[in-house]
Ligand binder design. Sequence first.
Ligand code: CTP
Length: 409
Amino acid sequence: MQVYKVGGAVRDRLLGLPVTDIDRVVVGATTEEMLAQGFRPVGADFPVFLHPKTGEEYALARTERKSGRGYGGFTFYASPDVTLEEDLIRRDLTINAMAEDDQQNLTDPYHGQRDLEARILRHVSPAFAEDPLRVLRVARFAARYAGLGFTVAPETLELMRELSESGELQALTAERSWKEISRALLEDQPQVFIEVLRDCGALKVLMPEVDALFGVPQPEAHHPEIDTGLHTLSVLQQAALHKQPLTVRWACLLHDLGKGLTPQEEWPRHIAHEHTGLKLIKAVNERFKAPKDCQELALLVGQYHTHGHRALELKASTLLELLQSFDVYRRPQRFEEFIAACEMDARGRKGLEQRSYPQADYLRGAATAARGVAVQPLLEQGFKGPALGEALKRERLKVLKAYKDAASA
Ligand code: CTP
C-alpha cells in the first residue's frame, strides 16, 4: 500500500503556512489490511481509520457518487484498485486535490499548484456539485486566503450559483452549515465569506435576512457608506481586525437585520429597527442552531446596540435597565462582548474606522459601579425575596446617578 498526505496539509505547506491537521489517503489497501495493522475505524460511513499511535486520519482511496439529496445520499466505492487520481478528482478544489508522498513528491493531476500560484479557487470537476456544502467551503477558503490575493474562479462561482438555485443548499443540515459559518466568521476576512455567498446567490438562500440589507440606505450623516449591507460587511471586518470572538462576530453580522424590514417610504431612517429585527435574528439563530452564547449575544446586541451608542446620554434609570437586561452582575463577560460589538458597529463605517468610542469605558464604569453595590447590608436590614431585588435596584440606581453626574461634571 502507498500512503500520501492530501488536502489541506499539502496546500498549506506549499503556501508556506503552518499545517495543523494532516489527512492521509491510502492506495492499494483493504479495510482488513488496515485493521490488521492496528488502525482503528472511524464511524460507519466512510472507510476512514485512525493511526494506532499518532491518531491521525488515514482514508482508503475512494470514489464517490451522489445517490440522493442531502449529505446522506452518497454511495462510495473503496477498493485497492482505486487510484490516487480517481480519489483526487472527487475533491472540491484543485488546491485541495494534491497529494504528496513521504519524500514530498507531489501528485498534482488537476493543476492545484498552478492555481495556488495564480491565487485561484477552482473546482476540480463537475463532481464538485455532489456536495452542496462546498458552496460554503469555497466561500470560507476565499475568506481565509483573501489576504494572499485568492479569488474564486468565474466558472466555479457559476457552478456555485447553479447549486444555490437548485435548492440543494436547503438539504444541508444545520450542524454542517454552522460548522462552516462559524469557521468562516473566525477567519481574518470574514466579510469575504458573506460577499462570496452573495455573489453566487447562496446568501439569499441561507440568510435572506442578511441578503436583504444590500441596497437599503441609511442616513449618510452617521453612515457615510450609506448601504446597510456594506455597513454590515465593514462591521464584520472590524470585528476580525480587533480579534473578536465568535459570539461578537455573529452578533455583528445580525445586529441590523431589522433595517431590511423598514418600509421604503421611511428610508433612510430605521425607526425601531432594534425591535423589528429581533424575530429575524431569532430565525437565523434557530436555522443554524447557533450555540446558546452566540444566540443570546446576537439578540441582545440587536436589541440594545443603539443604547450602547447613546450610552453617555442615557438616563440613569435606562442605564440600570440595560445592565439588568444583561445580568451584568452574574454575566460580566457577556456585557463586555456587547460593548465590543457596539464598538465594532461604530467603527464599521466608511472613514470612521479609527474613531474613538468613549461609550465603551463609560459603560464599563457603569457596570463596575452597579456591581459595587453590596448585598450584605441589605440582607442585614431584613430585605429578602423580591423586596431585596427592589432594594438592590434602588441602591444601584443611586450609584448610577452619582456615576453619571461625576462623568458629566
Ligand atoms: N473535501 C472535499 N469536499 C468536502 C470536504 C472535504 O473535497 N466537502 C476534501 C478536500 O480535498 C479537503 C480534504 O477533503 O482538502 C480535507 O478536508 P478538511 O479537513 O475538511 O479540509 P482541509 O482542506 O484540510 O481544510 P481546513 O484547513 O479548513 O481543515
